[in-house]
Ligand binder design. Structure first.
Ligand code: F6P
Length: 323
């Protein structure tokens, strides 16, 4: 089938680089004679039929902007058969031959059902700061989130060192420790807690006591949001176990904003182009990712059913370097 028109939406938590991905979809489609419809507010907008044609000029001056020009939502409309049917109806009304969904695993569920139940060809692009999707080495937004968190850690280290304090810093990652691990190693943290390795929180007491014994006056402890108890739990364990004061800093949504770093822009541009090419090659029902530097296709279902592990070697390395 010749593809004449595709739609694109962003869904779930926004991620820096989503605009670069939208731009790449629009411009590579246009270069191949394919029209693009932009859907606003993700599945919510699909449900409501909130969509309009997007041309190459509509995405001008967006590659460097954080957030998403299409807006996003954590919509639950895709969860109901009626919601999905309405979305499919709008896509048919707009004569859309394929839908690109930029988001995380929740968004991919919606995409998967649209294809299964209504025969709408879909392609997923990994857009989440958490980097928790199986089938791609990195997700769009991840690199920027790590830089943002690291910048905060460096600043907290300055004040922590001056006051000889223990800082417990929570980074995002609902179920995943990728951001935490990168930030811990690049920020020279004394310890890191991630959901993938539920070591007892009490372990921190020994780590802090050892740090003091070795002459470290201040310490940085990184905690992934998804680690049970979060940063508050780790700080409490330190205070209860050592009698020392701590300061907690929860970085939160600041990690989702800001100008995307070059690695996110490049990844988004490459994947956006590859998504359009995939449709032209008759490929759908997959997430287009990048694995070992090459474009890869992963069945949507695998992206949430299979688990992407953290880099255990980094974990080991972070520990080794914290002596
Ligand atoms: O998009 C991923 C993420 O940033 C997680 O790290 C975090 O747990 C969650 O989204 C926060 O979601 P919300 O924007 O709904 O508060």
């Amino acid at each position: 089938m010749t593809i004449k028109r595709i739609a694109v939406l962003t869904s779930g938590g926004d991620a820096p680089g989503m605009n670069a991905a939208i731009r790449a979809v629009v411009r590579s489609a246009t270069s191949n004679g394919i029209e693009v419809v932009g859907v606003r507010r993700g599945f919510q907008g699909l449900h409501e039929g909130d969509m309009s044609l997007l041309g190459p000029r509509d995405v001008a001056n967006t590659i460097q902007r954080g957030g998403t020009i299409l807006l996003t939502a954590r919509s639950r409309t895709w969860r109901s058969p009626e919601g999905r049917a309405l979305g499919a109806e709008h896509l048919r009304k707009w004569h859309v031959d394929g839908l690109v969904v930029i988001g995380g695993d929740g968004s991919f569920h919606g995409a998967h059902y649209l294809m299964e139940e209504h025969g709408i060809p879909v392609i997923g692009l990994p857009g989440t700061i958490d980097n928790d999707l199986y089938g791609t080495d990195h997700t769009i937004g991840y690199f920027t989130a790590v830089e943002t968190a690291l910048d905060a850690v460096d600043k907290l280290r300055d004040t922590g060192a001056s006051h000889e304090r223990i800082f417990v810093i929570e980074v995002m990652g609902r179920h995943a420790g990728h951001i935490a691990l990168d930030v811990a190693i690049a920020g020279g943290a004394e310890e890191v807690f991630i959901p993938e390795d539920e070591k007892p929180v009490a372990d921190i007491v020994h780590v802090i006591q050892e740090s003091l014994r070795k002459g470290k006056a201040s310490s940085i402890v990184i905690v992934a949001e998804g680690y049970p108890g979060g940063a508050m739990g780790v700080a409490k364990a330190i205070e209860d176990g050592t009698g020392l004061e701590t300061r907690v800093s929860i970085l939160g949504h600041i990690q989702r904003g800001g100008t995307p770093v070059s690695s996110d822009r490049i990844l988004a541009s490459r994947l956006g182009e590859a998504a359009v090419q995939a449709f032209m090659d008759g490929i759908s029902g997959v997430m287009v990712g990048r694995t070992n530097g090459e474009i890869s296709y992963t069945p949507l279902q695998d992206t949430w059913e299979k688990r992407k592990d953290v880099n255990r070697d980094l974990y080991r390395c972070a520990k080794l370097l914290s002596v």
